[in-house]
Design a protein around this ligand. Structure first.
Ligand code: 5AD
Ligand code: SF4
Length: 446
């Protein structure tokens, strides 16, 4: 009864997942245990996202649901964290005065302090703009023990006209290679076999640093090669590179580092040069395709995923046709497709020619149908091959689920512990997963 419990809801991207592991870590270190039941929670945290969906409405809806619970239990503490907290700050407590703590993306290390202060001092807020501590340097409570996110840089120096990230996460700040390496080595010693390096734009990693004792700046390719040397680590992933400035040394480092997986997330956004220009994305369609070709030539069998936005302001039927054409030529293994959503404060939100919703929907449906067919073809081409699978857990119907190095999801029969590596023969293909049969377990971890 006296046990203090927390409920944590995470919205949005991997950065937020990563931040949530830190929020859970801080609360656990302070003696809280996790719960899924709001009526049972002494602290409820919403880690919010501002990038796309109508996050504001969703947050205020969620906060509205909590209000009666808070009235019944005034000792319950409600925390709003993440990008929406950073962006909206005091507006949140004005609209929902029953919120106790608003904490921005840079202020996470101070969470417990703010909670304690809220006990006696009423509502608290910290949306300061400077990161003093990287989230990875805080204690973490990870959802799984074999995989870890590792942030290598926070913030973004680009100014894509649709994107809120530079406004809420600020300019890029990189971590030193030494710090990243020390963290990865520690993780590997504790049984983590797969890491995902996180940055808004990994190509520009290190641009804000210099190598100690030299005027040179550290490079992402160097970081990849260094992490590749970490003992007992088996797989390295990263997200995301920006096609702008994608440099040959990164392709070489990927090709030559055996632990770096054969998968790249390469965000396209649009196949129309006119729209790319309006988005302030500095590459053009032919250059994008050229890069893809080079990457595929250097790393045979590499899987490619992407992000595409449909209905950017001013997008014509012809522009959209260019996107469809590029999608046919690029043959992505996976595409995250988004309907353009105006984010207040961004340049695109005030552009003329916002595309009407029914037009966006119709284009979106066509793009999804095309991409699903292409993805299925790509999956079918895997049938008959044998792939290394890292087990993630058990899915619906009790089947084991895991991922290949190419990030394809594989379902198979039998029970295998998360973190186990096995070889699976691929026997059937579906648009979003493959069916496999066990050939043999290779390494059991833990
Ligand atoms: N509307 C729709 N999609 C967006 N994204 C970012 N901002 C917006 C927006 N305003 C998408 C981009 C980006 C991904 C993380 O989210 O495709 O790559
Ligand atoms: Fe947003 Fe562009 Fe930065 Fe990505 S590169 S976070 S889309 S501004």
């Amino acid at each position: 009864m006296n046990e203090r419990r927390y409920l944590l809801r995470t919205f949005g991207c991997q950065m937020n997942e990563h931040d949530s592991e830190r929020i859970a870590g801080l609360l656990t270190a302070d003696g809280y245990v996790s719960t899924e039941d709001a009526s049972d929670a002494s602290v409820v945290v919403f880690n919010t996202c501002a990038i796309r969906e109508n996050a504001d409405n969703r947050l205020y809806g969620n906060l509205g649901h909590l209000r009666p619970l808070k009235q019944k239990n005034p000792r319950m503490r409600i925390v709003v964290a993440g990008c929406l907290a950073q962006k909206d700050g005091g507006t949140i407590q004005q609209r929902a005065p029953w919120v106790d703590v608003v904490i921005g993306t840079h202020a996470l290390p101070g969470l417990l302090d703010l909670l304690h202060r809220a006990e006696t001092g009423g509502p608290q807020m910290d949306v300061s703009e400077v990161t003093e501590v990287f989230p990875s340097a805080l204690p973490a409570l990870r959802g799984v023990s074999h995989h870890a996110w590792v942030s290598i840089a926070v913030g973004c120096d680009n100014a894509c006209t649709f994107c809120i990230v530079p406004l809420v996460r600020g300019p890029q700040r990189s971590r030193s290679i030494g710090d990243v390496l020390a963290e990865v080595q520690g993780l590997a010693r504790r049984g983590v076999v797969e890491i995902t390096l996180l940055g808004q734009n990994v190509n520009t990693f290190g641009r804000d640093l210099t190598v100690p004792g030299s005027p040179r700046k550290p490079l992402f390719a160097e970081l990849l090669r260094a992490v590749n040397e970490v003992e007992d680590l088996r797989r390295i992933r990263f997200t995301s590179p920006h096609p702008h400035d994608f440099t040959p040394d990164v392709i070489d480092a990927m090709a030559e580092s055996d632990k770096v997986c054969e998968h790249i997330h390469f965000p396209l956004q649009s196949g129309s040069d006119r729209v790319l220009k309006a988005m302030q994305r500095s590459y053009r369609r032919e250059r994008y395709l050229e890069w893809l070709e080079r990457i595929r030539a250097a790393i045979p069998g590499i899987a490619v995923s992407t992000d595409i936005i449909v209905g950017f302001p001013g997008e014509t039927g012809d522009d959209f046709g260019e996107t469809l054409d590029l999608v046919r030529r690029a043959r992505f293994d996976q595409a995250y497709t988004f309907q353009y959503s105006p984010r207040p404060g961004t340049r695109a939100a005030t552009m003329e020619d916002q595309v009407p919703k029914p037009v966006v929907q119709e284009r979106f449906d066509r793009l999804v149908a095309l991409q699903e067919a292409i993805a299925l073809e790509g999956m079918r081409a895997q049938v008959g091959s044998t792939a290394e699978v890292l087990v993630e857990g058990t899915g619906r119907k009790g089947r084991t689920q895991g991922r290949t190095r190419t990030n394809r999801l594989v379902h198979l029969d039998g029970e295998h512990a998360p973190g186990t590596f096995l070889d699976a023969r691929i026997v059937a293909a579906h648009p979003h997963h493959l069916d496999g049969e066990l050939v043999r377990e290779t390494v059991a971890v833990g």
